[in-house]
Design a protein around this ligand. Sequence first.
Ligand code: COA
Ligand code: AMP
Length: 632
Amino acid sequence: MTEDFDKIYSEALNNKEEFWSNIAGAITWDKMWNSVLDTSRSPFYRWFSGGRINTCYNALDRHIDDGRADQCALIYDSPITNTIKKYSYKSLRDLVARFSGALANQGVKHGDRVVIYMPMIPEAVVTMLACARIGAIHSVVFGGFASHELAVRIDDAMPKVIVSASCGLEPGRIVAYKPLLDEAIKLAKHKPIRSIIVQRDALVCEMTERDLDWNDAMSEAKPHNCVSVDATDPLYILYTSGTTGQPKGVVRDNGGHAVALNWSMGAVYDVKPGDVYWAASDIGWVVGHSYIVYGPLLAGATTILYEGKPVGTPDAGAFWRVISDHKVSKLFTAPTAFRAIKREDPAGKQIKKYSIPSLKALFLAGERSDPDTLIWAEKHLNVPVIDHWWQTETGWSIVANCLGIEKLRVKHGSPSKPVPGWDLSVVDEGGKEVKNGEIGALVLKLPLPPGSLLTLWNADERYHQSYLTEFPGYYQTADAGYLDEDGYVYVMSRTDDIINTAGHRLSTGAIEEVLASHPDVGECAVVGTNDALKGQVPLGFLVLNAGVNRGGDQVVNETIQLVRDTIGPVASFKTALIVERLPKTRSGKILRGTLQKIANSEPYVTPATIDDPDILKEVSIALKDSKFSTEI
Ligand code: COA
Ligand code: AMP
């Protein structure tokens, strides 16, 4: 029986404006909107035009005004530093208001950008909300990116101020952030006027003229009020991998974002004010933005900021300890985290050590959920395990089993059905809908619902070109999949060069750009290869320049280091194969599908499925004498 779900889905589809204006009533507006859906610049649609709002007010002050001042808003749980700290809505608001004053003291005002390059510490959340409070636009850069990637984002966002920390903590090593930050500022053309630095006990960094200590910034500051902004003003820019080395700056607004995220907390996750909700991700990713920071706080829930890994900090029971200590009701993470736990504790012995009756559901996203992992989680946790599909661009889930509306039957391998607000079709190359069961491009009819991307930062044309051109009238997700006879969606693969590594989104094209910059590399290609823990990891194929007579292994190791230094450790680039040449079609196009098959064969061999003799010859010449390098 799916009456409620179907009813709400059709309301959202057929009476968009009425549907979303009713939902928007749950948010506090400084001024009501003139139009719910503004089509005047289509396909650049805007929601709640003319409305005025403050996202930070809605995430913090509103709950204090509603009598929730003492309720816990944020729990910082850091097994890596052995720290647990709790912040009530009032204490978090007071910190945020004061840091807003600190940013204002540096001249940061409405519309200015602030880059945040920080580990998973409370000051990172405080900074995001402080930007929202004064109408500044934050851009969080994941800590696993190296200086070059940070510099590219600095040049694109042109921040007035950067907020960072002396270090991040990864198991077994301290990541000194400050030298990475300083190097990035050196590499970037744009220079921020100030870096505000949180000094952490594990590593105190040197300060330069540009730097200001977080504590000094706070002690000099007065609390700042919420600044009312247009609903359509940007709240944040979040860079994500595109098909080149230039990342895409996804822009999210204030009004539509607050409305959609607040609604999704109830509708998708079945979370009510006061519930404890935990997204085990990182604030550098969209999951962290939407479901560590904004979603749970907008909904008046308690959110958890976890600085650690699912395993090894201290063991495979790390997640169950957090759930038990803080009475977590909903957990959201990437399947890779569960693969890591399952690998260490296949029999689920650690789960039995903890009392976790508070846990009511597990949500997975970020990559395809392999049925093995999903079934393992169902068996050992004994709660619904909900796969849901979304992207940095969409900001919240496109396809899910909406527990807060009506729990649908779970079909392993499918994230279930399109969420109310999203109008999904599966189409062939010509844009024609395909039959159920046939694979095609997953596209979303415009306009997208509130909360999805407005455009790309300073790149309207690139936004249009990347997402709206191939299938006019639709947003192209760049995922391929199919629908079954019950309307369940199956997401199978990307149609572009993006791969998902440990739930992190990477562009193989961007890695190729780095490899090609090595003086001994003549030509290269990178494809994803299956990995039991991370889902996929990049594998490089390198053709060396004629006359290179150094050992191939040496070049391979240098390229691995080059990717680590340029993109960052997050790229997980640890293997490369030296080949005679890259297999290509007669017209000179690299046979990527063939490379993909080779990458996924063990050992690396010519795929048996190639029946074109010319291509077969190409591939065997290409692979002749190839060398395979293991990890450094
Ligand atoms: N700052 C600096 N370095 C970082 C970092 C950060 N914030 N995050 C990761 N790294 C480093 C890691 O230390 C690792 O370095 P190494 O090559 O020296 O080992 C490298 O980047 C790759 O990181 P990752 O792919 O995350 O591998 P991992 O072995 O550290 O952890 C998992 C693997 C599966 C345990 C971890 O990725 C995980 O918990 N993922 C699930 C949750 C999640 O983050 N999902 C994202 C979107 S929902
Ligand atoms: P990101 O922008 O980092 O969130 O990555 C988005 C991409 O991850 C999507 O386009 C998909 O390719 C993949 N993805 C996310 N969630 C799922 C899911 N539940 N099932 C399959 N693929 C997913």
